[in-house]
Design a protein around this ligand. Structure first.
Ligand code: GMT
Length: 374
């Protein structure tokens, strides 16, 4: 098949999933054309069946806001027409879905079935914002197939956007070969002192991630367990988090790495992953941690209970319950035998339920169904 994939190139989870899917499909023999305004961070183009097309957004003095969604739709038409795409798979509804639907209408009668994958904030935050609600709902309703990365997100889409159409749940995934870890490598351990436990958080440091809670949790853990915290990523909340570290006097035990392309290299040396988000449709970073044998302590929100098994591969607590998350972390880190059992369960469960081959196969089956009904 010839597949177009549109996504955001930034370090967010939706762009990562879209890029990993594009590379896996190309490796499996499909021809894949990635469309975005910049090369996605994980896109490796050394594959003959994988192509990247950049959306150039022309500006004009009249424009306060250059119309990216129109430039995106135009690029979709160009790639679909000249590359002979069989379908367009967009990741993150805003504005990718409505741009693809517009491209489909422009191309008619040349068919361009649209598959839209919902990732989370496109529904829970942005999509149901009054500025975007109607166009987001329209893009979803007009798509030929819609998937959500968790059952929780499917429910949220129905509740928040009053969407009644069929929505398939296709989870995010990991490549077991890539996120393998014998836990012997140094990874995040390189920043810790000998004997210290290593806690890690990875995100785009937006308010929804509650990174200040990560620092508060660590401050309590550190009182009981010699440990070091590694904060991977960057974003609008970083300055506030750095200020919080200074207030708590914990800066000497915390490393801010900024954005890192190969997070598995960090994760393999970690003992615990913290993700205390306000909302999280899936929590791809948590899954990547689990597959590297790192137990996860997170909030019981959105799709996280579908990823982390409470009491087996990690622990889940209410948003803001810093005391419980810190206590659970201390208890686990002080019991080597239990920590080892959580590690083994984290790896086994994540590989069993979220391996790349199985999930990419689910997407291809949906593509074939869509093409059969063109
Ligand atoms: O995590 C983010 O805020 C980035 C965001 C995105 O849109 O890229 O991530 C969303 O998609 C990821 C991939 O499906 C999910 O793992 C994240 O849970 C989801 N983020 C939220 O729902 C807050």
């Amino acid at each position: 098949m010839k597949i177009g994939i549109s996504c955001y190139p930034s370090f967010g989870g939706s762009g990562i999933v879209a890029t990993e899917l594009a590379m896996a499909l190309a490796e499996g023999g499909d021809e894949v054309h990635v469309i975005s305004y910049a090369p996605p961070s994980r896109l490796a183009l050394l594959e003959s069946r994988l192509f990247y097309h950049e959306v150039l957004v022309s500006n004009y003095p009249l424009f306060e806001y250059p119309p990216y969604s129109l430039a995106l739709a135009t690029k979709m038409v160009e790639v679909a027409r000249h590359q002979g795409l069989d379908l367009m798979h967009v990741h993150y509804a805003v504005p990718n879905a409505v741009s693809a639907v517009l491209a489909k209408q422009i191309l008619a009668p040349q068919p361009l079935p649209v598959v839209t994958t919902l990732h989370g904030t496109d529904i829970t935050l942005v999509g149901n914002d009054p500025s975007y609600l109607e166009t987001t709902r329209f893009g979803i309703e007009q798509s030929d197939c819609v998937t959500a990365v968790s059952d929780a997100l499917r429910r949220a889409t129905r509740e928040k956007l009053s969407v009644e159409r069929a929505i398939e749940v296709v989870p995010n995934f990991i490549d077991p070969a890539r996120f393998a870890s014998t836990h012997e490598e140094r990874g995040a351990r390189c920043w810790a002192k000998p004997g210290e436990k290593v806690l890690v958080h990875i995100s785009n440091f937006r308010p929804v991630k509650r990174v200040q809670d990560v620092v508060d949790i660590f401050s309590r853990v550190r009182e009981k367990v010699p440990s070091h915290l590694v904060l991977v990523g960057d974003g609008p909340e970083r300055a506030k988090v750095e200020q919080r570290c200074r207030e708590l006097g914990t800066c000497d035990a915390i490393t801010f790495t900024g954005n890192l392309p190969l997070i598995e290299e960090v994760l393999i040396g970690a003992d615990l992953f913290l993700l205390p988000s306000e909302t999280e449709s899936f929590g791809l970073a948590a899954l990547e941690a689990l597959s590297c044998r790192v137990p996860v302590i997170a909030t019981a929100v959105g799709g996280l209970p579908e990823v982390v098994r409470h009491g087996e591969t990690g622990f889940l607590f209410p948003v803001g319950d810093i005391a419980s998350m810190a206590a659970a972390a201390v208890e686990l880190l002080q019991d080597e035998g239990r920590l080892a059992r959580f590690r083994d369960a984290a790896r086994a469960d994540s590989v069993e339920r979220f391996s790349q081959d199985a999930v990419v196969g689910q997407y291809r089956t949906l593509y074939e169904k869509v093409l059969a009904h063109r």
